[in-house]
Design a protein around this ligand. Structure first.
Ligand SMILES: Nc1ncnc2c1ncn2[C@@H]1O[C@H](COP(=O)(O)OP(=O)(O)OP(=O)(O)O)[C@@H](O)[C@H]1O
Length: 249
């Protein structure tokens, strides 16, 4: 399977835009041992790209090195066309949003979380109206889904160019997962580029333009959701399934 034109209508023009982020021959890891090798990954404005793979494949490591949180061992990461090793805080100022698991300040309430994130409350509530009744609730008291809505609101309402999201939907109910993924899709339709690490394979394929499948630190498959679906049974049974979660995919 190879990379080909995205199979979502309207994304052909975006596919010709310059990548927001691109790696060439990237290897990264911890200590002296690379856990991801020879990665060629790119994300362009307006596209949602899914990064899939089994536990320990190196998905989080990949996001961390793209975010500037972990230095490459070899190869390069080009962010906005430049190959410099800008750290995460500088990339964040330049429009990179990184959402890890439950990225909220649990001791602050929802309104304070938005304020600290320099996000207008009204804008966040436009995106997720269900947060309105929780504005004065401590973020640590929110449900998992509400916490992720808050994390995503904080990221998206600052109009980033690129969103890197690590298991946005971990442990959440299917309807909440769909809600979060739809918010990302809508932001991408307005020009955001997004790279999503996601265990809900079928749900993310519904909104993605392209997919990379990582296995043992290498990209083993890349293509459109349509191409991946044709191989989905093989993909799931061979290495995407997590014990106990195959049904959710
Ligand atoms: N800070 C760290 N120090 C040393 N090794 C690490 C560190 N973080 C991750 N690893 C190792 O790197 C490998 C890849 O981990 P990573 O978290 O990138 O995989 P993943 O695909 O995101 O997995 P999962 O789906 O389980 O979250 C694993 O073997 C893991 O043990």
């Amino acid at each position: 399977m190879s990379t080909s034109a995205p199979d979502r209508p309207g994304s052909a023009a975006e596919a010709s835009a310059e990548p927001l982020i691109a790696t060439r021959g990237l290897s990264a890891g911890y200590g002296t041992q690379p856990v991801v090798r020879d990665l060629d990954i790119e994300v362009r404005p307006g596209e949602v790209v899914a990064l899939l793979g089994p536990n320990g494949a190196g998905k989080t490591t990949t996001l961390r090195v793209l975010a500037g949180d972990l230095a490459p061992m070899s190869g390069e990461v080009r962010w906005l066309g430049g190959a410099g090793r800008a750290p995460l805080h500088r990339r964040a100022r330049q429009g990179l949003a990184y959402v890890g698991e439950r990225a909220v300040f649990t001791r602050l309430d929802v309104a304070e979380n938005l304020r600290v994130g320099r996000v207008e409350t009204a804008r966040a509530l436009e995106l997720f109206p269900e947060l309105e009744k929780r504005l004065r609730t401590g973020a640590g008291m929110l449900s998992g889904g509400e916490q992720q809505m808050l994390s995503l609101a904080r990221a998206l309402c600052r109009s980033p160019r690129l969103l890197l999201a690590d298991e946005l939907s971990l442990g959440l109910a299917p309807l909440v997962v769909e809600r979060l993924l739809r918010a990302v899709r809508e932001a991408a339709d307005r020009g955001l580029g997004a790279l999503l690490v996601e265990q809900h394979v079928r749900k993310v394929l519904d909104i993605a333009d392209r997919v990379y499948v990582l296995r043992r630190g290498r990209i083993e498959m890349t293509g459109t959701p349509r191409e991946l679906r044709e191989n989905l049974d093989a993909v799931e049974s061979s290495y995407l399934a997590r014990p106990g979660t195959a049904a959710s995919m």
